[in-house]
Write a protein that binds this ligand. Structure first.
Ligand code: S0N
Length: 272
């Protein structure tokens, strides 16, 4: 099935499109197997910020262009002293900011893995909420082979998916794993033939779009909070405040202040 994707915003390194409640971010650097440079990451961060703001986007899909790679991690051509060097010559590791954006986005993010998810590209799918992969997808970390590592979400959150022993194996050996192996170790939610990848992913998105957005948001917050310490609690607490602001009880406090009277909180139930 073909989807009627419309462009949300034009970028140099990514495509950013919309269809039926779904925002799709596609890393568009197939010549380097969708490796990211600082510019790519900057554009993805911008697209994810737009996804956060737009009311008509309920779910975000992250993918790579073509049938070879989802993402092959940091672009080795621009790796310099202290990070990946941008146009101004500044070395950056701004992909970490993207990880935080994906994790704190109050909407589900689905990695649609269409080929290699390697190195920092593997970390990107690990950070997403769900992974739908094509049969030709290949997963793995390569850091210790090429002189990098991600001791953040790429390790600790990975271990939550696959367990400590397997996470250490993935990082220490830098082997590559088939889609089936990745599914067996809990890294992938669903595998489909390459030709059905977008259709299946969109089906999953449409199911989530039928669900309560606030319920999905709070589940994501709760699952994150367990791992994210004080910042995870802060995000969940922020949403609790948001919901409180929607209640008459909170509105009574504000109204009383503006009307220069004592608030009447006695009228509100004390749930057991
Ligand atoms: C993906 C691999 C296994 C595919 O192998 P295959 O099929 O043999 O194809 P190739 O001929 O190797 O590749 C095709 C063309 O694509 C280019 N290319 C592939 N990957 C990259 C890349 N990462 N950067 C630049 N170019 C790439 C090839 O050069 C080739 O081009 P031509 O035809 O012109 O020669 C295989 O390609 C592979 O192993 N790729 C490298 C994977 C890798 O090691 N990636 C980097 C790992 N490190 C990171 O990602 C660090 C990320 C990071 O910044 C970070 C920092 C702090 C905290 C967290 C992170 C994080 O996110 O991890």
């Amino acid at each position: 099935m073909k989807y009627n994707w419309t462009t949300i915003k034009e970028y140099e390194d990514i495509k950013f499109e919309f269809c039926d409640g779904v925002g799709k971010v596609t890393i568009n650097r197939p010549r380097v197997y969708n490796a990211f440079r600082p510019q790519t990451v900057k554009e993805m961060i911008d697209a994810f910020d737009i996804c956060r703001e737009r009311q008509d986007i309920g779910v975000v899909v992250l993918t790579g262009e073509g049938d070879k790679a989802f993402c092959s991690g940091g672009d080795q051509n621009v790796k310099g002293h202290g990070g990946y060097v941008d146009e101004e010559g500044v070395p950056r590791l701004n992909v970490l900011d993207l990880h935080k954006r994906i994790r704190s986005l109050p909407k589900p993010v689905v990695a649609m893995v269409n080929g290699y998810a390697i190195g920092g590209g593997h970390v990107l799918h690990v950070v997403c909420d769900l992974t739908v992969a094509s049969e030709n997808a290949i997963f793995g970390q390569s850091g210790p082979k090429v002189g990098s590592f991600d001791a953040g979400f790429g390790s600790s959150y990975l271990a939550r998916h696959v367990g400590q022993k397997k996470a250490r194996e993935i990082w220490f050996l830098c082997k590559q794993y088939s889609a089936k192996e990745a599914e067996d170790m809990g890294l992938v939610n669903r595998i489909v033939p390459f030709d059905s990848l977008e259709e299946e992913t969109m089906e999953w998105c449409q199911i989530m779009l039928q669900r309560s957005p606030m319920a999905l948001r709070m589940i994501k917050r709760g699952l994150n909070a367990e791992l994210d310490g004080q910042s995870g609690i802060m995000e969940m607490a922020g949403d609790a405040t948001l919901m409180f602001y929607l209640m008459e009880e909170a509105q009574e406090g504000r109204k009383a202040f503006l009307e220069k009277r004592d608030p009447d909180f006695k009228q509100f139930p004390k749930f057991p």
